[in-house]
Design a binder for this molecule. Structure first.
Ligand code: AMP
Ligand code: MG
Length: 409
């Protein structure tokens, strides 16, 4: 059985081979969370003029070798000043009153903050020296005209959207969202609108997965619940393989009625792994089946364990990077944050564990703590968690106060 890192690598290798989806154009306001499908370049130098970053006086710093110094104020430049009103140059012993965001006139090589000046009529007394370039961003220092600002495959964050807006892109070409079929299995599972019998369980996995898929920029398609019956399971798997990705939950463990792997084998699926040394989620299955998918060489599928917490964790660890690739996103690495552990954890070695936890406290006293839970079926406990503590397979004890890795949710 593969270790966590080995299994993750296998998914990353497959993700790197996925060709990007078709594209569509969206309004900038509808672009958050979408994946960029074009290259965005600077339409002019940024900033387009040497920009003052302070309210104050544009000066020649050589005039301030000795302070206090008194300079003659020859004009004022505000942000957006029309070009013909900007003094052509400032000379020896001269200064120009200037506002944040305004173009610095020729000849000036620094801006003194207004806090260090005292104005008397058209004279200004300056009480602090400045160095060449202080409080000025030179023309083109942030980006040169035509340079690449945002590349294809970028997940559109607020800052990326701001950059697109700053170069006049009111529409962006983005990749179409991938369709992800969700197939939940189990004779005991009933849908959310059905009154469950005494031994039945409502389907929660399809809904957590649909939420995770949407958050990752995919379109979930919920298939009917599959009974633990190979024939009916096969029919629904075939339907699910029409999508870009098929996610199944349940039926991948060692029980006598866990038919997912068996049915996929009968369908001549290619398995990349069956199981990973993790908790929760050890029975996870990853493969490709049929003649569908982007390159008609098979649709990727994951058989996620049915325990609700296992389903959520294994989606995040394994299905997510593949879904990102299917969404056209440039593959990224799985990064962990670190936080101080509030109380000791004792466990067993051998598995990489991802245990529901809460990050709490504030500022420098932020700490992380496990949520008490009844195991990987405990949705109620997990709903109150906001991260997972990651425990490496060689550790059976983590001490209070130690820095531990966490996976945010
Ligand atoms: P399985 O992986 O099929 O052995 O299921 C493991 C556990 O998860 C069992 O207790 C199931 O009842 C439960 N389970 C499976 N599928 C779902 C689902 N869609 N929603 C909620 N619980 C489920
Ligand atoms: Mg089952």
């Amino acid at each position: 059985m593969l270790t966590f890192e080995e299994a993750r690598r296998v998914v990353e290798e497959q993700a790197a081979q996925v060709p990007p989806p078709a594209t569509e154009s969206v309004d900038l306001l509808s672009s958050p969370g979408r994946v960029l499908a074009e290259q965005v370049r600077a339409d002019r130098d940024i900033p387009p003029f040497p920009r003052s970053t302070r309210d104050g006086y544009a000066v020649r710093c050589a005039d301030l070798d000795k302070i206090p110094a008194t300079l003659e104020v020859i004009g004022e430049v505000k942000a957006g000043e029309s070009a013909d009103r900007i003094p052509l140059a400032i000379g020896l012993g001269q200064a120009v009153s200037i506002m944040t965001g305004a173009p610095v006139p020729n000849g000036a090589d620094a801006v003194v903050m207004v806090e260090y000046t005292e104005r008397q009529g058209d004279r200004i007394q300056i009480t602090k020296t400045v160095a060449h370039g202080d409080n000025i961003v030179p023309r083109g220092a942030e980006a040169r005209q035509n340079s690449l600002l945002l590349d294809r495959g970028l997940h559109l964050t607020p800052a990326a959207i701001a950059l697109a807006a700053s170069v006049g892109k009111s529409q962006l070409s983005v990749y179409k969202r991938p369709c992800v079929s969700v197939l939940t299995t189990g004779d005991e599972i009933v849908d959310v609108n059905t009154d469950p019998g005494p031994t039945q369980i409502r389907n929660s996995n399809s809904y957590s997965l649909a939420a995770q898929i949407q958050q990752a920029g995919g379109e979930p398609i919920l298939l009917p619940i599959a009974p633990d019956d190979p024939k009916e399971l096969r029919r629904l798997i075939e339907e699910g393989l029409q999508s870009d990705l098929l996610l199944m939950t349940g039926g991948v463990s060692m029980g006598r009625y866990d038919f997912v792997e068996q049915v996929l084998s009968e369908m001549r699926a290619e398995f990349f792994f069956t199981g990973a040394k993790i908790q929760p989620g050890r029975p996870i299955v990853f493969g490709k089946c049929g003649a569908g998918g982007r390159e008609k060489s098979g649709t990727y599928f994951f058989g996620l364990p049915g325990n609700p917490v296992s389903t959520m964790v294994t989606f995040e660890l394994f299905a997510r990077p593949l879904l990102d690739a299917l969404a056209g996103q440039t593959p990224g690495k799985l990064t962990f944050l670190h936080a101080r552990l509030k109380s000791e954890i004792r466990t067993k070695t051998g598995l990489t564990r991802f245990l529901p936890a809460t990050l709490a406290g504030e500022f420098e006293s932020t700490t992380v703590e496990l949520v008490p839970w009844q195991g990987s079926g405990d949705v109620a406990a997990t709903a109150h968690a906001n991260c997972y503590i990651v425990i490496p397979p060689d550790r059976d004890q983590l001490s209070a106060g130690e820095w531990v890795a966490i996976l945010p949710r």
